[in-house]
Design a protein around this ligand. Structure first.
Ligand SMILES: [Zn+2]
Length: 615
């Protein structure tokens, strides 16, 4: 999880190389034309590869005849991918014969015959295509499934070309240059059969009178059919990965499962192509495979099913945030530096006393950045009294614009997940507390994208469930109070009208993990009270079912690894855990019984059960 300083340095170097590669390309390679050409050439070459593959085909394998008509493929039994496919690694790498696992795209839907796609993708695409046609928009598939061989062909043609034209440039720089638009063989989403490239390999086309209606229609309606623009403009919350590709659309209900499987598989790095010696020097997984539009990481249609939120994915997102903590944005070790030049502690205090005024026409960005830097200050008057209070004041008085809020959220997230640079233990808990204020603005008037909100939720849940610094208030040092601050962030999210059952599941899991943590001391700073709030709100909103509550309570009631609480208490270790669980249950019970509105019966039953099971 945690990345070392060495990794961060390597990352900084990678950033420098990236910007260098971008510079070289801007001068020497015309982006869009180049992509268009290579992809078109590749499409023609695919034919050649296919006939080559057909000739190579084993004689003893009986292939099903290729289905060309829409009605024929609809009737074939479904193969659920990737779970049902016997060799997951092969299918994730595109090392399969499309005849075996995919469906032929009807010729009339595409620029040519002989293309393949995954079953559900094709079915959903068919419905989307019809709906678009009814609105006068004509969708054409340019490319769908691509095999490892095909992707290797695209890659190696570019490799060859760069190698000749850019002598002396390192393998890594050449690879990063290619990766502006093309994936390394074995890492392309096109391997999964869930991706379609539509209408034109040219971003500018989608601004023309012909292309704009197509793009506008897709932006407005593709999500209704499960399709998402994975390589969206960078402004839409995506910082890493490939350049924007307005033609590339992904079928998320299947692709999100592939992505989860891809991360879980944790297989060997991509190999088997020219230039693969550059692979160890490139963050191909965190920056490229996962560097997609955050809205496309999740299957929204499955939000009710908590299991559709793949834990490894969440962790890699949190990890990725941590890795990209740019050096100059890292929390300060010495809080004294938080006061900017020209300011003093006295000026800060006076600024606070006059209500944190902002200069006319200046916006809040500079002030928020200064306050954010002061959140890790060891002096509680500055950290709590000025930094946190100032951020709260500016946000609650509606003085921060959306872009300023987004910038602040990003800085705070970076701080929250940075486990390496918080020696005094103030930075992360105060990032969580300030993030609760940011989450509050989005609850009152939604401004985050669904992907941004889930990333915030994932980071908050991970922090609350896994933090091990339990210091609350210490005389002379002031508050840290990590558990309560994490709970406050989760509470703001639990009240957000935009969250659904999937998010509720994540919040509840974090709360129950935190309350039952074996390492925790006896909570004495209102932690159980603060942790109970998100649960009560979620139940009141109908986002947690009775059955879920019962399961969570049962997990808490279980004295594992011991068989009975008696055994657990005998070795003296479980006493704090027992007390924390009982305190939590009592608060839930008391609050639920006192509330008139909302159906909290499940909480009452669960809490009573817990109190009867835990001595
Ligand atoms: Zn594509």
């Amino acid at each position: 999880m945690a990345s070392s300083l060495f990794q961060k340095l390597a990352l900084t170097a990678a950033f420098m190389v990236l910007s260098h590669a971008a510079h070289v390309t801007a001068e020497e390679v015309p982006d869009v034309e180049e992509v268009g050409q290579s992809e078109e050439v590749a499409a023609v070459e695919e034919e050649a590869l296919r006939s080559e593959a057909a000739q190579e085909g084993d004689e003893d394998t009986v292939r099903e005849p290729v289905m060309a008509s829409a009605s024929a493929w609809m009737d074939r039994p479904k193969l659920r991918l990737p779970e049902d496919y016997p060799d997951r690694t092969r299918i994730l790498r595109g090392d399969v014969d499309p005849y075996e696992v995919f469906w032929e795209v009807p010729e009339s839907w595409a620029v040519r015959g002989g293309m393949y796609a995954e079953h559900d993708t094709l079915e959903a695409y068919g419905r989307m295509r019809e709906a678009a046609a009814r609105d006068g928009v004509h969708l054409v598939i340019l490319s769908a499934f691509r095999s490892f061989r095909h992707q290797r062909f695209i890659w190696e043609s570019k490799w060859q070309d760069r190698h000749e034209r850019l002598p002396g440039v390192s393998a890594r720089d050449i690879a990063l240059n290619i990766m502006r638009y093309s994936a390394m063989p074995g890492t392309s989403r096109h391997h999964w059969g869930t991706e379609v490239d539509l209408n034109a390999f040219n971003n500018a086309y989608f601004d023309t009178p012909e292309g704009k209606p197509v793009y506008d229609w897709l932006k407005a309606h593709a999500a209704e059919y499960g399709f998402c623009e994975v390589y969206s403009a960078r402004a839409s919350g995506r910082k890493l990965g490939y350049e924007p590709e307005r033609w590339h659309w992904s079928y998320i209900p299947t692709a999100s499962r592939y992505l989860a499987a891809y991360v879980e598989a944790d297989e060997a790095a991509p190999h088997g192509f020219a230039g693969d010696e550059a692979v160890p020097d490139i963050e191909w997984l965190s920056e490229f495979v996962l560097g997609i539009n955050p809205d496309c990481l999740w299957d929204a249609s499955q939000a009710g099913d908590g299991r559709s939120l793949p834990a490894p994915l969440i962790l890699s997102m949190v990890d990725e945030l941590a890795e990209h903590a740019a050096p100059d944005e890292q929390p300060l070790l010495d809080g004294g530096q938080c006061i900017p030049e020209g300011w003093t502690h006295e000026i800060l205090l006076r600024w606070k006393e006059s209500g944190f005024p902002l200069s006319d026409g200046e916006g809040s960005a500079g002030y928020l950045s200064m306050l954010e830097h002061c959140l890790a200050d060891p002096n509680p008057d500055i950290r709590d009294g000025i930094a946190y209070e100032g951020i709260t004041d500016i946000l609650r008085s509606d003085r921060a614009q959306e872009a300023e809020l987004r910038e602040l959220k990003q800085r705070l997230l970076t701080r929250l997940v940075n486990t390496e640079n918080d020696p005094l233990g103030f930075s992360r808990p105060f990032a969580a507390l300030a993030l609760a204020e940011v989450a509050r603005t989005d609850r009152i008037e939604s401004w985050m994208s669904q992907g941004e909100r889930r990333t915030l939720l994932a980071a908050g849940a991970d922090y609350t469930a896994n933090l091990r610094d339990y210091r609350g208030f210490i005389e002379g040092e002031g508050w840290r109070h990590g558990v309560a601050h994490g709970a406050d962030l989760l509470m703001q999210l639990s009240l957000n009208p935009e969250i659904g059952e999937g998010e509720a599941f994540m919040i509840a899991k974090a709360v129950f993990d935190a309350i039952g943590a074996e390492e925790a001391p006896v909570f004495s700073f209102e932690e159980p009270e603060r942790l109970a709030r998100p649960i009560l709100f979620l139940v009141q909103r109908g986002l947690l079912t009775e059955e879920q509550i019962a399961i969570w309570m049962e997990v808490l009631a279980n004295p594992a690894p011991h068989d009975t609480w008696q055994d657990a208490l005998a070795d003296g270790e479980a006493d704090a855990r027992r007390k924390n669980i009982r305190a939590f249950a009592s608060i839930l019970l008391e609050t639920a019984e006192g509330r008139e509105e909302g159906d909290l019966d499940a909480v009452i039953t669960g809490a009573e059960h817990l109190l009867s099971r835990v001595p």
